[in-house]
Design a protein around this ligand. Structure first.
Ligand SMILES: [Zn+2]
Length: 163
């Protein structure tokens, strides 16, 4: 492990200097008052011991499920997607980088999905304030959405006037 300059975050405090990690100058976790260095070491040991077990188990369980349900996984996904077009669109949107950074978008997922589901024939869902505007960036939240016709949407582009 590379040595990194110890730094204070809201989760750390400076307490008694650990005998094993004097270079950390007493940096400890607020949650359990343990030395940062010792915590990292314990975590590394646990990970070494468990990573294989965990990975193997997951892979094994997934394979067993596929064997019991041949062809079902893909079929289920397809069926679900057919029934939930709004959710499919919203999932794709939540995966976009600009939106992934917005934790708030997840809070309103239900409302967002129903907004997409409720859009009139031939209309696009538009962000009133664009997500990546030149001067301001809008949020992916229900109150920043509107329905636009395809033509209106093209004309608007990603512009937003800031006065
Ligand atoms: Zn320590």
């Amino acid at each position: 492990m590379k040595y990194r300059e110890p730094s204070l975050t809201p989760y750390r405090f400076v307490g008694n200097i650990c005998a094993k990690h004097p270079e950390l100058e007493g940096l400890r976790l607020k949650s359990n008052r343990n030395c940062i260095g010792c915590s990292k070491e314990r975590w590394r040991v646990w990970w070494e011991k468990n990573k294989d077990y965990d990975r193997k188990n997951k892979a094994l369980n997934a394979r067993k499920w596929r064997e019991r349900n041949p062809g079902k996984n893909a079929e289920n996904i397809r069926k679900w997607a057919e029934k939930n077009p709004g959710a499919v669109l919203e999932n794709a949107r939540q995966n976009k980088r600009a939106i992934r950074r917005q934790a708030i978008a997840k809070l309103f997922k239900k409302e967002l999905v129903s907004f997409y589901d409720g859009r009139p024939e031939g209309c696009h869902v538009d962000h009133i304030v664009p997500l990546q505007g030149k001067k301001v960036c809008g949020l992916h939240v229900p109150w920043n959405l509107q329905y636009l016709s395809a033509k209106e949407n093209r004309e608007k582009g990603a512009s937003f006037e800031v006065s």
